[in-house]
Design a protein around this ligand. Structure first.
Ligand code: NAI
Length: 257
């Protein structure tokens, strides 16, 4: 009975930024649990390679090119997915970028705006479009990918844009949870530590970074994408049916220190 709560049999899930990294791992987790998953990403080549790879494994997936910063494109993708699949039960807002090592006093307008546009505005456009459908259906689960950077300020890299965007995602999560809680739509977030993805591997060659990132983590290592995907699956499934507005840290203990 308890294991059944993690199942997503017959559900339709949508994941943004799904072509690689945490998003791709989330797709695998949701699909293994029984959902049909629509991968969306702004990069058509990566998206098609990821989708074909999952199909080859026999997982039930579909895909749509989508840049989450384009509110009209989000509405159009939502309409197309709804027309094709009939409903949407799970939305994972994973698309996000970091533009780091920009001290605040000299950060260019576009460096600030770009990160806020993808990480915050993109999450809102997707919540608005897919959340409306979930409200009409009378149920659904949204999982936003926040970050421990919404709780702490990372060291040594300066990234006020990223940190502010993720703190905003956490409070957007709580705001929507409060508005939609009585109507069956749950909204939660996962807040990961540094994850061992392509973009972070340079840490192994940078002594100062390594000292701060890994040495500053009680578990003394980076996280893996599957370790974030498990939390996403939990928050997307009925196993977390009493949870809404929660920001679940998966940080190897980083914020303990
Ligand atoms: P990644 O860079 O490996 O993958 C991100 C994916 O999002 C790529 O496929 C990219 O094409 C897509 N994407 C970027 N901008 C987009 C847009 N405007 N519209 C649609 N798709 C877009 O990133 P990673 O590491 O897997 O991160 C995923 C999420 O997890 C992000 O929100 C990130 O902020 C968050 N996160 C990552 C951590 C890490 O250490 N890697 C730690 C904490 C949070």
């Amino acid at each position: 009975m308890y294991l059944d709560k993690f199942k997503l049999t017959g559900k339709i899930a949508v994941v943004t930024g799904a072509a690689r990294g945490i998003g791709l791992a989330a797709v695998e987790a949701l699909a293994e649990a029984g959902a049909t998953v629509v991968l969306t990403d702004m990069n058509p080549e990566l998206l098609s390679a990821a989708t074909e790879g999952l199909k080859a494994k026999g997982l039930p997936v579909d895909s749509a090119v989508l840049d989450v910063t384009d509110a009209k494109a989000v509405e159009a993708a939502h309409d197309a997915i709804l027309a094709r699949h009939g409903r949407v039960d799970v939305l994972v807002n994973n698309a996000g970028i970091a533009i780091s090592n920009h001290p605040a006093e000299t950060m260019a307008d576009e460096v600030w705006n770009k990160v806020i546009d993808v990480n915050l505005n993109g999450v809102f456009w997707c919540c608005r479009a897919f959340g409306s459908t979930m409200l009409r259906q009378g149920g659904g689960a949204i999982v936003n990918v926040g970050s421990m950077s919404g709780f702490i300020v990372n060291r040594p890299q300066e990234q006020a844009n990223y940190n502010a965007s993720k703190a905003a995602v956490h409070h957007l999560t709580r705001s929507l949870a409060a508005e939609w809680g009585a109507r069956g739509v749950r909204v939660n977030a996962v807040a990961p530590t540094y994850i061992d993805t392509e973009m972070n591997r340079y840490v192994y060659e940078n002594e100062e970074m390594y000292r701060h990132w890994v040495g500053g983590t009680p578990m003394n290592r980076l996280g893996r994408t599957d370790e974030v995907a498990s939390v996403i699956l939990f928050l997307a499934s009925d196993a977390s049916s009493l949870m809404t507005g929660s920001i679940v840290l998966a940080d190897g203990g980083y914020i303990c220190w």
